[in-house]
Design a protein around this ligand. Structure first.
Ligand code: NAG
Ligand code: NAG
Ligand code: NAG
Ligand code: NAG
Ligand code: NAG
Ligand code: NAG
Ligand code: NAG
Ligand code: NAG
Length: 484
């Protein structure tokens, strides 16, 4: 009897997998992976035409020139009309998250002493106590704003991370298939004062980004793909993630008014949208974007790699020389997206994985071993201009090994009289990534240990420590992208 049942189960299982395979095989869009073997670029025009077709299937009154606000949006319609091609705001997801209850007093009570990475106006970043930021959250102006931008804060506080559940729109995520050492940090903690803003950028690996506003108000400018030529993109910069990638950033600030910016905005195609508390904004691959916090705004951003954008992400991984494209042989032509991603990941060398783990370790260490500055030193540091910061804007956390005493506050008027240079030595910028030029052999018998398990314990240790400042040899900058 039992064996009859298991036979039936086995046969059914077989039929189901054949049906699933047949469905995938008969998908007319399946062009294997031939395009990835060559130099791949995303075809936005084609995606746009497909979107126009798909919109006819639904009765929603779409705004083809703006960002639709949707409730009860089905996964199918999301994939047909928005994913990988057009931004959308989902209004009924974030309010169900436990994180939607987060308030200033909640953080003041539980995390006042936590170290956190903060950037200041368009200058570089510091490590401060969260309470210092909260004390100064209203004390800002158009030219002097503060922005907590911490990639690892939620990973270090799992009890907070757990209050941010997955959504049906983000469930398929091939980043989960990345070895943990090189998986992008997930759930970026973003808390900006009024006037704070991101740079104008495309996210690492051109991933699809999500942004959830817990409280406050963000204004966005989202630029349709294919207009890079007008945006003064800074070439040849790296993102500094555990798995290296190219950075696509512009030095332009679309939220300042100048005749140049006004002229630019007259000539490019972009959409502008307000994102309110409870709104989840999903930004497709290829769209340059910049966000401006109108009021103090707490938000969380995450990333997706799925069926719509996986080739873009893989191409960007190849571009940054993490492994050569020759690793893709003819036998990957037939692989499904998921299997292709797994295949590429299995080809990453041990050296790359080790470097990835080391990257996370360095960021955490420089964060923990922060120096406590006097108020005068901190203010001096914050307001000192340096020419070579020019292109870094707030994206490079060039000197993150400092911490401001929580009793200090910004005092802009004092600054001009200060001459003493109290900056610590800036940490050198990351060098070009090494490339082996060869496709590494998969040696499944090797006893490779990247040290991740030890690192993982380190990540979740309490952030406050009484260690004094020591410069970490070769310690790298705080990373990287601003995905607000
Ligand atoms: C990623 O975005 C950049 C900037 O727009 C673009 O140059 C590049 O071609 C994109 N990558 C792919 C694979 O489409
Ligand atoms: C949500 O949409 C589904 C169909 O996708 C429909 O059956 C359901 O009634 C809708 N729920 C609400 C609350 O509108
Ligand atoms: C938010 O807090 C209220 C009051 O404590 C509670 O009733 C509610 O369930 C919480 N919401 C979520 C999504 O956890
Ligand atoms: C930084 O901000 C100040 C004040 O808003 C502005 O004058 C300056 O041009 C900005 N620098 C850059 C590089 O954008
Ligand atoms: C190497 O190959 C073995 C057997 O094919 C596989 O089980 C293992 O996961 C591969 N190693 C990596 C790092 O992918
Ligand atoms: C705000 O900054 C001014 C100087 O810019 C300072 O005098 C004042 O004490 C600060 N307020 C707080 C609450 O820190
Ligand atoms: C700012 O920093 C530069 C070098 O980093 C230094 O030469 C200069 O004296 C500093 N200025 C102030 C006001 O501290
Ligand atoms: C702080 O320093 C004291 C004295 O050096 C030491 O005993 C203690 O273990 C340190 N605590 C932490 C959390 O490092």
């Amino acid at each position: 009897m039992a064996s009859a049942v298991s036979l039936v189960v086995a046969v059914l299982g077989c039929i189901v997998s054949v049906v699933i395979y047949k469905q995938w095989e008969s998908d007319p869009e399946r062009k294997y992976n031939l395009d990835l073997l060559q130099s791949y670029t995303y075809n936005f025009q084609q995606a746009l035409e497909k979107r126009a077709q798909n919109m006819k299937k639904y009765s929603f009154p779409y705004n083809p020139a703006g960002v639709d606000r949707r409730t009860n949006l089905s996964l199918q319609e999301f994939q047909d009309v928005y994913d990988g091609v057009w931004p959308v705001i989902i209004t009924d997801v974030v309010p169900t998250w436990p994180a939607y209850n987060w308030t200033i007093s909640y953080f003041r009570e539980k995390y006042a002493d936590s170290n956190i990475v903060m950037s200041v106006a368009n200058k570089s970043s510091l490590v401060v106590k969260l309470s210092w930021f909260l004390d100064n959250i209203q004390n800002v102006s158009q030219d002097s704003w503060l922005y907590l931008q911490d990639e690892l804060f939620l990973l270090q506080h799992q009890e907070l991370r757990e209050q941010v559940p997955s959504t049906i729109y983000t469930n398929e995520n091939f980043f989960d298939l990345f070895p943990v050492e090189v998986r992008p940090w997930d759930c970026y903690f973003l808390w900006g004062t009024a006037h704070s803003r991101s740079s104008l950028h495309i996210d690492p690996y051109n991933w699809t980004g999500t942004n959830a506003v817990i409280s406050g108000l963000k204004n966005w400018k989202l630029i349709k793909p294919g207009q890079d030529l007008h945006l003064s993109i800074v070439q040849n910069r790296n993102c500094g993630f555990p798995l290296e990638c190219k950075k696509y950033n512009s030095p332009l600030d679309l939220f300042t008014s100048s005749s140049d910016i006004d002229q630019l905005l007259d000539h490019i195609q972009f959409v502008e949208v307000d994102q309110r508390a409870g709104d989840l904004l999903i930004i497709p691959t290829g769209w340059f974007h910049q966000a401006y916090n109108v009021a103090p705004t707490l938000a969380l951003s995450q990333q997706i790699m799925n069926t719509k954008n996986f080739k873009v992400v893989l191409e960007e991984i190849f571009k940054a020389d993490n492994l050569p494209k020759s690793c893709l042989t003819q036998d990957v032509l037939m692989l499904s997206p998921e299997h292709l991603v797994k295949h590429v990941m299995s080809k990453l060398s041990e050296e790359i994985l080790k470097k990835g783990a080391e990257e996370t370790r360095k960021v955490l260490e420089s964060n923990r071993n922060a120096k406590r500055l006097t108020r005068l030193e901190a203010v001096n540091y914050i307001l000192n201009d340096s020419e070579d910061d020019e292109l870094d804007l707030e994206n490079d956390y060039s000197d993150s090994e400092m911490e401001i005493d929580s009793k200090d506050h910004l005092d802009l008027d004092k600054i001009s009289t200060v001459n003493e240079d109290t900056r610590s030595t800036p940490v050198p910028a990351p060098g070009p990534s090494k490339e082996s030029g060869q496709c590494p052999q998969n040696d499944s018998t090797s006893k490779f240990d990247s040290g991740w398990s030890e690192l993982n314990t380190f990540i979740t240790q309490p952030t406050s420590s009484n260690r004094t400042f020591t410069e970490i040899a070769g310690a790298k900058n705080m990373p990287r992208h601003i995905s607000t």
